[in-house]
Design a protein around this ligand. Structure first.
Ligand code: COA
Length: 148
């Protein structure tokens, strides 16, 4: 079931984020996203969260700030399903485009975004912290008005 994120979810979500990223979001980052009114949702089954997303609306654009599937559920189609739902909702809400940044080294996420129709729009140099300094982000965009 896909539902809106709430405060009671944050400890579990921050725990999953710590398992998935070398530089995870803190519980405070997720809490700030809820307070800011970002579009935050979770996939849950039998009361257990296994995927979540955070999107920020900026005028007619929506920015995907975080999309994560728990390690034990990765590679089973949940990320693609979540992204399809986010794209469909954003299109229904009449956003013109969806934007995201992804690490240059994150081939799996890039493949997912490309298969959903995202295209490369640029590079943000040294955008992410990395174990050996900084890493570039690819900036990707999906045209929500014209893409099928
Ligand atoms: C990236 C992520 C969201 C993908 O979700 P997922 O549920 O694991 O992916 P899916 O099973 O839905 O696969 C969808 C597509 O993603 C790509 N993909 C997923 N895992 C992959 C892997 N290990 N290697 C290469 N491509 C992969 C493929 O294109 C796949 O399509 P296909 O099955 O037709 O080949 C998830 O693995 C994750 O949360 N990873 C850790 C955090 C992260 O990197 N988040 C994105 C930050 S920008």
């Amino acid at each position: 079931m896909l539902r809106p994120m709430n405060d009671a979810d944050l400890a579990d979500i921050a725990g999953i984020d710590r398992c998935c990223y070398a530089f995870p979001w803190t519980l405070g980052n997720f809490s700030d996203s809820l307070l800011a009114g970002h579009r935050c949702c979770v996939y849950e089954e039998n009361g257990r969260i296994f995927a979540y997303s955070v999107m920020m609306a900026v005028v007619d654009e929506v920015h995907l700030l975080n999309m994560t599937v728990a390690p034990e559920r990765q590679g089973l189609g949940y990320g693609a399903a979540l992204l399809r739902r986010l794209v469909a909702c954003s299109r229904q809400s009449h956003f013109a485009s969806m934007w995201l940044e992804v690490r240059e080294s994150n081939a799996a996420a890039q493949a997912l975004y490309r298969s959903a129709g995202f295209v490369r729009a640029g590079v943000r140099k040294n955008y992410y912290p990395a174990s050996n300094g900084r890493e570039d982000a690819l900036l990707m965009v999906l045209d929500l008005q014209h893409a099928a």
